[in-house]
Ligand binder design. Sequence first.
Ligand code: SF4
Ligand code: SF4
Length: 251
Amino acid sequence: MHGVGVRAVKNIQELRQRATKTPTKGIPAPLRDTARRALIAWVDTAIQHQMSLNDVLRRLRDGEAAETVGRAAIAPQLIDPNGPVSQAACASGCAFCCILTGEDGGTITRLEAQRLYAALAPLKGEPDGRVWHPKACPSLDPASQICRAYAARPMICRSYISSDVSACETIANGSPAEGAGVLGAQALYLAVLILSRALLKGIVRVPTYSLSRVAAGAVDGEDAEAVLEAALHVPRELESEIARQAQVLKR
Ligand code: SF4
Ligand code: SF4
């Protein structure tokens, strides 16, 4: 960050104040308000931990606030006896959802991209998911169809569930189907990311990346910096992603 943000914002309290009124577009009002409260709470935690301004700016740029908020929102959904997770048909080795029908594979943060790259780079040259299916995520083990980067899988992989495996197979074959979708935590994660970007406007860009491009670059042995550059989204991709996710929201 090299002090860029320090010149644009004097201290974290000023950043927090900006967060209370930063304008955004492309997020429905109730979701925006929830995301704003969550982002401010994240900044408050940073203040309590006496983080430096540059550290806070770097973490916001890398998507740490979005991920923290998203994972906190997903945790109760995982144990809700009446929620969509309780109805899920998901199981290890079931991987139609890892057949990435769009070229992009999903929107991920800088932190998620770096973590995914680090998990997959040691597997360079090994057969990957594309041996099993040409559009499969390269993170997959082609023999078992188990994710080889499970601990490093991004938020989109953690929030996508289905009550019907055949719906996932249909979607993987390029047709729409009922039954599969993302948990509401994914929309909150994206909304916090959009707010983080708006908050840091004029200070530093909050980037997003293509999941499939990062995974492919890592297993193909490309250099980390080159992969991040090649996988970098155009800015409007984040707003497009939240609009797409709204259509497949489960709860
Ligand atoms: S989302 Fe669908 S394909 Fe993926 S694990 Fe769940 S049921 Fe299987
Ligand atoms: S990172 Fe893992 S869970 Fe996510 S799409 Fe790829 S193989 Fe599936």
